[in-house]
Design a binder for this molecule. Structure first.
Ligand code: ZN
Ligand code: CU
Length: 498
């Protein structure tokens, strides 16, 4: 594939090439031309000695891998409002999947403040898009630094189609939602997400979701789910999730898999056993983030069984952001429950998981990495800035959960296969030049619960579609990302399913 004239835009030399497949890394050179990888050469076979780059960069053994794919984000509005996406590119993320947990910016036409958790991505009704194609076209015109794939949220469909959300949708309402979902899929949406845990969708019966999910099959769409229960009734929720996939005949991704609440510590052996058994019978995947705390609207505290709760933001009490709920409640002279009332609308961070469960789920070979970061929170969960380097540094290098090649696979080729993302997530001649260069000895997250908005350490350079977006700890200002429509992608791939 090396061009006859032996030139390229950039040639990286002496890189440790971690190609995303999980196979062993090797020392080599990689050239890129326009938006694609034009040549790869193993140093043992002379590298790319015959090619000269307009830019030549000697990596001296630093890792060069495919850019990371963040499969679980709430970046729907961030890609428009904060298109540099520094929180993500500074981690090596080059592609984000939006519209998770039933919450999407489109299609939704409302004249009132959206109910929680829709307000986690946008409080202003005018910020939503009635037309999904219009949302994607807006991204085309004014692109972010990362690529984006967008899902339709079931919660957003319900808010747009139902006057009351505390009941099942009627046949007529399902028809309206399904027509809007199909129009969105037509326009390029990659799937349907649900958040059956959340008030806007908690009253939806399984059958309602199945009816909507059936629309996906004709579009190679997939279904992702923040399940109804990730706590005491998690086994029932897993069964519901499998059933939706089977009856609608669609691939399913379980979002941010966890066993929440002290009573459920240690249950990941059981849940992964159920997932493994189902995975052999139907297309099924999952994602996970590398922390023992979750984050969502503060009002969820009731079901959380958390050992500690922090306030991430509060509309009436912005000064509470970053503080422990217990302290805030004490200062207010209120019980914790009353304090939650007083702080709402608000977001929280909940320490509700067992370290051993997090490690077991991260280590499971079919788990992809997704940040679930909340980009508009005043005091966000550190996963927004730290997820990917934390998997590489803290859990890979330091805790030894997996070799570097396997950590990279969970963030690149595995995710690209599940979501059908063509020619990305892999180092291959002809693939898109979405790349990250990092120091495997120092890479780690710097974002903490107390100080969450910190770029990671050791991420040296990030390239999206052949253009540098991050180098030497600084954003280049470039915004070469693309809105990837389902029509431009492959069908999702799930090996192992019958
Ligand atoms: Zn969620
Ligand atoms: Cu989420």
């Amino acid at each position: 594939m090396a061009r006859a004239n032996g030139t390229a835009d950039i040639v990286f030399r002496n890189a440790r090439l971690v190609d995303g497949t999980g196979g062993p890394s090797c020392l080599g050179d990689l050239a890129l031309e326009d938006d694609r990888i034009s040549a790869i050469g193993d140093t043992a076979q002379g590298g790319l000695a015959q090619i000269r780059g307009t830019r030549e960069i000697d990596l001296a053994g630093k890792v060069l891998s495919p850019g990371f794919i963040d499969v679980h984000t709430h970046d729907d509005r961030a890609v428009l409002a904060d298109p540099l996406m520094t929180c993500k590119v500074s981690q090596g993320v080059t592609t984000v999947v939006t519209g998770n947990c039933g919450v999407s910016l489109a299609p939704l036409d409302i004249a009132f403040r959206p109910p929680s958790p829709m307000d986690l991505i946008c409080e202003d009704p005018k910020g939503f898009f009635a037309d999904f194609g219009d949302y994607l076209d807006t991204l085309d015109r004014d692109p972010p630094a990362t690529n984006a794939l967008a899902q339709v949220g079931h919660g957003s469909l319900r808010v747009g189609a139902m006057e009351r959300l505390d009941r099942a949708a009627s046949g007529a309402e399902i028809k309206v939602m399904r027509a809007r979902l199909e129009a969105a899929l037509e326009a390029g949406a990659i799937g349907l997400s649900t958040g059956l845990f959340y008030p806007p969708a908690a009253a939806a019966p399984t059958e309602e979701v199945i009816e909507l999910a059936k629309a996906l099959a004709g579009f190679h769409g997939l279904h992702s789910t923040h399940m109804r229960d990730e706590s005491d009734h998690i086994a029932d929720s897993l069964e519901e999730t499998f059933r939706i996939g089977r009856e609608a005949q669609v691939p399913v991704v379980i979002s941010h898999h966890k066993c929440a609440g002290m009573d459920n510590y240690g249950r990941s052996g059981e849940t992964l056993g159920l997932i493994e058994a189902a995975r052999l019978k139907q297309p099924l995947g999952l994602d996970v983030y590398p922390y023992v705390a979750s984050s969502t609207m503060l009002a969820s505290v009731r079901g959380m069984q958390a050992s500690r709760v922090m306030v991430a933001w509060s509309k009436p009490h912005p000064e509470a952001a970053g503080r422990d709920l217990a302290e805030v409640a004490e200062d207010m002279g209120l019980s914790q429950e009353q304090a939650v009332e007083a702080l709402t609308p608000a977001g929280g961070i909940f320490f509700s998981m067992d370290e051993e469960d997090v490690r077991r789920i991260l280590s499971y070979p079919h788990s992809m990495i997704g940040s679930d970061g909340l980009p508009h929170d005043v005091h966000p969960h550190p996963r927004l800035w730290g997820t990917f380097p934390r998997v590489l540094g803290h859990y890979g290098r330091e805790a030894g959960l997996f070799p570097l090649e396997e950590a990279v696979r969970k963030m690149t080729s595995l995710s690209a296969a599940r979501f059908g993302i063509k020619d990305r997530g892999i180092l291959r001649e002809g693939a898109y030049a979405d790349l990250v260069i990092f120091d495997p000895d120092t890479v780690e997250d710097a974002a903490t619960f107390d100080n969450p908005k910190q770029p990671a350490i050791g991420i040296e350079m990030v390239v999206v579609n052949g253009r540098t977006v991050w180098q030497d700890g600084q954003h280049s200002g470039a915004r070469p990302g693309r809105a990837l429509r389902r029509q431009d992608l492959d069908a999702p791939r799930f090996e192992g399913a019958a």
